[in-house]
Design a protein around this ligand. Structure first.
Ligand SMILES: *Cc1c(COP(=O)(O)O)cnc(C)c1O
Length: 392
């Protein structure tokens, strides 16, 4: 039987994996003994702070935690999430109705489409963007409308450019600031526009705040709920992954409008059975005020790495988008190079793997993304290679 021909139409419609060729070169270089530095993945190299690991260890020993968790998550975890959120953003939420635990925020971002899209409905997704917004729209039978993020608008959508008939047919839309992959942040006024647009066209506004704690300098990113009345139409996705170096643990939460949270919860109760209680208990530990010192340390490390790498790139003539958040550096291609060409050239000449911008959507063409999630030593080595290699 030809299994491949049996794949669902929606699955077949998903964009092809764009990095295959670069991966091939990377593997070839490794096989030749080249010391490849991988700066392409958004996965922190730093360890999870030890108090969180200790909390998991204790919780894992208790048989009470070995049973099925509750669909919405432990009330203690949701309460800790709402308290953390209040300390950080000064907005109150009811943990019993307006907060839900997630198996990582990616899970919630994917499932929200199933809760609200009918076949043929539009979802407005940023391009370039985190691939799940687009992929999950297609899998749910919806149609992605890709709104370009352009440098002249500081990588924020121009809502006026969205045709009225699309806006009227859109059910959900995504904003993601601090942004992956561009590293852009959004101002209060910009987020206010997003809320205004969503309300005007009655669209569910999904804010992806995975990078809320990964900022450089003193200006903290704000939440969509810092805009008054956003609660009428919005849900926000939070992740413990980037904040506490917990990508492998799979825990996050969504917070927001009660009915939107309920819709997401209905899907989840039909699909998954929640987060291992011991991990939720470790999550509660992570969300306590005393963990802030670890996060501060992470921020300093990232700030340093970004600064050093940016300086090295600028010294040899690259144009780097200036940003004060995320652990990404968004770099413009040199004149005459496509994203794939410059990424391939960098890899061949320096052994450094970066991500071509078009891997995040067609409007990412013209840029490449560097992730500073390798050790200080490796970043230093990357800086040396960039300084000492004639790349162009
Ligand atoms: C990493 C990331 C996420 C997902 O994080 P989880 O590990 O699933 O919580 C969500 N959105 C963006 C933009 C990300 O980069």
């Amino acid at each position: 039987m030809d299994i491949k021909s049996k794949l669902s139409n929606n699955l077949s419609k998903l964009p092809k994996y764009l990095f295959a060729e670069i991966e091939e070169i990377r593997n070839k270089l490794i096989a030749q003994g080249v010391d490849v530095i991988d700066l392409s993945i958004g996965d922190p190299d730093l360890p999870t702070p030890s108090p969180i690991i200790e909390a998991l260890y204790e919780a894992a020993k208790d048989p009470a935690n070995h049973k099925y968790p509750s669909y919405y998550g432990m009330i203690q975890f949701r309460k800790a999430a709402a308290e953390w959120y209040f300390r950080r953003f000064s907005v109150e939420f009811d943990p019993s109705k307006e907060v839900i635990a997630l198996i990582g925020s990616k899970e919630g971002i994917a499932h929200i489409h199933w809760a609200f899209l009918n076949p043929g409905d539009y979802a407005i997704v940023p391009d370039p963007g985190y691939p799940v917004y687009n992929g999950a729209t297609i899998l749910a039978g919806g149609i992605p409308y890709k709104v370009p993020l352009k440098e002249e608008n500081n990588f924020f959508p121009d809502f006026d450019s969205i045709p009225e008939e699309i806006a009227k047919k859109a059910k959900i839309m995504f904003v993601n600031y601090p942004n992956n992959p561009t590293s852009a942040t959004a101002t209060y006024e910009q987020l206010e526009k997003a809320v205004w647009f969503a309300k005007k066209y009655e669209i569910i506004l999904c804010s992806d705040l995975a990078y809320s704690e990964i900022y450089q300098g003193n200006e903290k990113p704000i939440s969509i709920f810092n805009i008054p009345s956003a609660k009428e139409i919005a849900i926000e996705f939070h992740s413990l992954s980037k904040t506490f170096n917990m990508t492998g643990w799979r825990i996050g939460f969504a917070i927001g409008n009660e009915d939107i949270v309920k819709g997401l919860g209905s899907i989840k109760s039909n699909v998954d059975s929640g987060v291992f209680n011991a991990i939720q208990i470790a999550g509660i530990r992570a969300l306590q005020p005393d963990m802030e010192k670890y996060v501060e340390e992470t921020r300093k490390t990232i700030e340093n790495r970004k600064k050093n790498l940016t300086k090295a790139l600028e010294e040899i003539g690259f144009k780097v988008y200036s940003s004060n958040a995320t652990f990404y550096i968004w770099v413009k291609n040199p004149e005459g190079f496509s994203s794939k060409e410059i990424s391939t050239l960098l890899l061949n000449k320096t052994g450094i793997v970066v991500t071509p911008g078009n891997g995040f959507g067609e409007y990412g063409e013209g840029y490449f993304r560097i992730s500073v999630t390798a050790s200080d030593e490796r970043i230093k080595e990357a800086v040396e290679r960039i300084k000492n290699t004639k790349i162009l």
